[in-house]
Write a protein that binds this ligand. Structure first.
Ligand code: GDP
Ligand code: MN
Length: 382
């Protein structure tokens, strides 16, 4: 479960990691009130679960409450890489002297948490990792021992953190690690971690992912979920209990099983296309579930064509085909739909579609040919 920046910062604060004081605002008026309460210069920050908000114009400085209201009015409703901004975070502006990078993730290969620290922050860390790998200090932590103060000091020196920031960075790494373990996090990232002109080290951004399977242990974090999604499709998917992820392209994808869905995304990319979203209908999709899935996928108006990739194991392809017919009829969609059915009762499934489906629904025999056809149709529609 991914958290928004402001939620991550609230968890940071609870773990003793310094963050600027701030407030959430859902309207320009609330933004004005927040700026008033905070006092002085503020930063208005779009709350969307995607990076690069700064470059996209989703982060703006405001000198006065008036200006904060204006900036919030500009940012609210903005589309950032396919994510609509429904909420902004207003926080006290910081005077940045230096921008660093800190993160903790799991290294599955090593079966250990990996702490990364760099004195080059505020930029895309993948670029630092590939262009200046020596600028990114990395340390695996033995989970039975935990991150020790000397580990954090080693990282700070190896990363070339400025001497006046070392104490603050070491303290934050310790707290970040404790939070990472305690909250069952998969990722905790601070980019940038800054040294202010005043000599303080604070977290200016947060990216936190909590292991969804651990949420039963963290009811307070699970409760955040209700407010995390204002995207209509994601909300719909959540309510109906299906796994749905929104992306940036124009090919909607429905598959059954995580592995198959991931491969479908790859094959669409291979065919030169770009997925708009994907939905995993799970291992045993019944007709009713297909209806639900299609409702969610087709309610996203970025979708120009739908690619359905089903492998029939327990799922029977004829049932999926029936479900598809029902869904198409109920939803009355004329969008092109490319279907690949493989496995249990595939012939029966294809026959049902060939005989009964409207013209916009076509079948293809292989995953690749289905992806190629879907991509071609999406290009035609664009
Ligand atoms: P991201 O673009 O989505 O990663 O959003 P960030 O929260 O990391 O902000 C992007 C950049 O905006 C930071 O690297 C800073 O350079 C700048 N920024 C954010 N908050 C402040 C602030 O309070 N003061 C100043 N001067 N710059 C800020
Ligand atoms: Mn950032």
């Amino acid at each position: 479960m991914d958290l928004y920046e402001y939620q991550g910062k609230q968890l940071f604060a609870q773990n003793g990691i310094p963050v600027p004081s701030g407030e959430v605002a859902n309207t320009p008026e609330e933004a004005r009130a927040a700026a008033q309460a905070i006092g002085g210069k503020v930063v208005v920050k779009a709350q969307v679960q995607i990076g690069g908000r700064g470059k996209a114009g989703g982060i703006k400085l405001a000198e006065t409450p008036d200006e904060a209201e204006q900036r919030a009015a500009e940012i609210l409703g903005m589309d950032i890489k396919g994510h609509t901004v429904h909420r902004v975070w207003i926080e006290a502006a910081s005077n940045i002297a230096k921008e660093y990078y800190a993160s903790i993730t799991f290294d599955r290969g090593e079966k250990k948490p990996l702490v990364m620290l760099s004195a080059v922050g505020g930029v895309d860390i993948e670029e630092v990792a590939s262009n200046q790998p020596d600028k990114l200090a990395r340390l695996h932590i033995d989970p039975l021992v935990g991150l020790q103060p000397h580990d954090a000091r080693w990282l700070a020196f190896a990363a070339g953190i400025d001497p006046e920031a070392i104490k603050g960075v070491v303290s934050i790494l310790g707290r970040l690690y404790r939070g990472f373990v305690q909250l069952d996090a998969m990722l905790m990232e601070i980019n940038p971690l800054i040294l202010t002109e005043e000599g303080e080290v604070i977290a200016l951004d947060s990216k936190v992912t909590i292991d969804g399977n651990s949420l039963f242990r963290h009811p307070d974090i699970a409760a955040l979920r209700d407010t995390t999604t204002s995207d209509p499709q994601e909300k719909m998917a959540q309510e109906r209990g299906v796994t749905y992820v929104k992306l940036d392209g124009d090919v909607g994808i429905l598959g059954n099983g995580a592995g198959l869905v991931m491969s479908t995304l790859d094959v669409v990319a291979l065919a030169g296309g770009s997925p708009a979203n994907f939905l995993d209908a799970g291992g045993g999709s019944q007709a009713e579930e297909v209806v639900t899935a299609l409702e969610v996928l087709l309610s996203d108006d970025k979708v120009k064509v739908l690619l359905i990739n089903i492998f029939g194991g327990i799922t029977r392809c004829d049932e999926v085909a029936e479900g598809l017919l029902t869904a198409v009829e109920q939803l009355g969609t004329s969008l092109p739909i490319v279907v690949r059915l493989d496995g249990t009762n595939e012939e029966e499934g294809r026959r049902i579609i060939a005989e009964k489906a409207p013209e916009n629904v076509v079948t293809e025999a292989t995953m690749l040919s289905a992806a190629e056809r879907a991509v071609a149709l999406a290009k035609e529609a664009a």
